[in-house]
Design a protein around this ligand. Structure first.
Ligand code: SF4
Ligand code: SF4
Length: 488
């Protein structure tokens, strides 16, 4: 019997980030992916219909408008309208009758009966007589992956043009033929071969966990009471930032982490602020220098920031010195790692929900995760999590501390954890220490169990099910326009 090992460029990237990310999955809640399929189906319906009038648009639109709530319908309407404007139907254009088109694939034999297949999906093939266009339809803003481009380059026919239609950017672009496509493919085949030969698929956690389908079951963020999570359970994943947002307005948080609603404004590239720059240097010195909190450490710090402007250098050094001063009140400080993922999962069983068509009786596994600035040991070898803040102290940092404390307790199997928030504002630096023993850890757990229940009660198909809560935070919300349009 032959065996094919097939990967798309997405799954290839996932295995490169973390080998454990391609194992068995749970029933992930990803409404934005469902929305993408609805939209693609509507575009397909419209393209394949030879009619050019309004009826063909309405017919296609019913593919999503009958099933999605008003917020998601509006998103699809906008993207569908963009598609029609940038890629109008013309007389003489015809669609390939093969739908969906076969993915473009490259294969390498491993043995007589085993091979690796790497594929790039294309969504439509349009025929213009002598010429053909192969369309990759996208809504993400990031540039096209090199592996995708390499496969499309090698697979291209002479009469064929590969194009990318990006509905978020509103662009139609011919995809370039890239140099070194064969080398990229060879390298990718080798990486897959190595991956297939790994005996134990190791977890490599990081920020990319929020792109993964396995956080509740991969073992990295274990269920807090050791409950077994099955692949029938539904999973959700929240970052520390999502948790903070949840404290002010559920809609704001849920629209980001659950429903993947596009933001009102086009957020172009994020420019690092002072806090990010400070974090980056602090991480560098902790990872590369044995005694980062000694006077030699301060000298080393001033060396590594030498490329910065005078004004920034002074500020960075002042901030780092205040960190060193604050930490000097502790004994046996050993800072071991930076940007360290800490988290856990809570399995909850919300009351049975019913809609007109379906009854939901499922467990929901909610994974909470945060990237701790620094982790290590302190005093009598107690696990410590240090969070560096260049802004002011806020009450919600309490919940961040609780997330880290539970995550660190689970990761180390220790029943006592110290969480330090170090506030390093010029002239008013301070440290807030929270000691979590059994009582505090239990109280923290109660908080997260309550949050999990709240989240589990939302209808994953209805973006309006999480409540909204207007306040001063609306000023910083990415959904203000959409939210105002959807208030009752
Ligand atoms: S959740 Fe993170 S650590 Fe776990 S498998 Fe996915 S990427 Fe790896
Ligand atoms: S605009 Fe305000 S009320 Fe609406 S989602 Fe944003 S934070 Fe919530």
């Amino acid at each position: 019997m032959t065996r094919d090992y097939s990967y798309t460029s997405n799954s290839y990237n996932a295995l490169m980030r973390c080998p454990a990310s391609l194992g068995s999955k749970t029933n992930i809640a990803k409404p934005h992916l469902d929305r993408w399929i609805y939209l693609k189906d509507a575009i397909e319906e419209w393209l394949y219909n030879d009619a050019l009038d309004e009826t063909s648009i309405n017919q296609a639109r019913s593919k999503y408008a009958n099933d999605l709530d008003p917020v998601q319908t509006k998103i699809c309407d906008d993207l569908f309208e963009t598609f029609r404007a940038i890629y109008p139907k013309t007389v003489g254009m015809s669609m390939s009758r093969e739908y969906p088109p076969l993915p473009r694939s490259e294969a390498r034999d491993l043995s007589e009966d085993e091979k690796i297949i790497l594929s790039s999906w294309v969504q439509f093939e349009v025929d213009y007589g002598e010429k053909r266009e192969t369309i990759k339809l996208r809504t993400g803003k990031e540039t096209m992956d090199n592996l995708d481009l390499a496969i499309l380059t090698l697979q291209k026919d002479t009469n064929e043009t590969n194009i990318e239609i990006n509905l978020t950017r509103g662009t139609v672009e011919e995809l370039p033929l890239i140099d070194g496509a064969s080398a990229i493919l060879n390298d990718s085949f080798e990486q897959v071969e190595k991956y297939l030969n790994l005996k134990k698929k190791e977890t490599i956690p990081g920020k990319h966990c929020n792109l993964c389908d396995r956080p509740s079951i991969c073992g990295q963020y274990r269920e807090i009471d050791g409950k077994k999570i099955s692949n029938k359970d539904r999973s959700l994943y929240l970052t520390k930032t999502d948790l903070m947002k949840l404290e002010t307005c559920s809609r704001q948080a849920a629209w980001k982490f659950l429903y993947g609603i596009p933001r009102d404004v086009n957020e172009e590239e994020v420019i690092p602020n002072y806090g990010d720059i400070f974090h980056a240097y602090t991480q560098k010195i902790i990872n590369e220098f044995d005694n980062p909190l000694s006077s030699m450490g301060v000298n080393k710090f001033s060396e590594i920031i030498s490329e910065e402007s005078e004004e920034i250098k002074v500020k960075l050094l002042e901030t780092y010195s205040s960190l060193v001063e604050q930490m000097s009140s502790y004994n046996n400080v050993q800072l071991k790692a930076t940007e360290f993922p800490l988290g856990f999962t809570i399995l909850s069983n919300p009351p049975q929900r019913k809609t007109e068509d379906e009854t939901f009786d499922e467990n929901i596994a909610v994974t909470f995760m945060g990237m701790a600035d620094i982790v290590g040991r302190i005093n009598n070898n107690t696990p410590v999590v240090v969070e560096l803040k260049t802004g002011k102290e806020r009450a919600i940092h309490q919940h961040e501390a609780s997330l880290y404390a539970l995550g660190a307790s689970q990761a180390t199997n220790e029943k006592e954890v110290v969480v330090l928030h170090v506030y390093m504002r010029p002239g008013s630096s301070k440290i807030t220490e929270r000691l979590y023993k059994e009582k505090e850890l239990n109280k923290a757990k109660e908080y997260f169990v309550t949050k999990s229940m709240e989240i589990s009660n939302w209808d994953q198909k209805d973006t309006l099910s999480p409540s909204y809560n207007p306040g001063s935070w609306c000023e910083y919300c990415s959904y203000e326009t959409r939210c105002l349009d959807s208030r009752k």
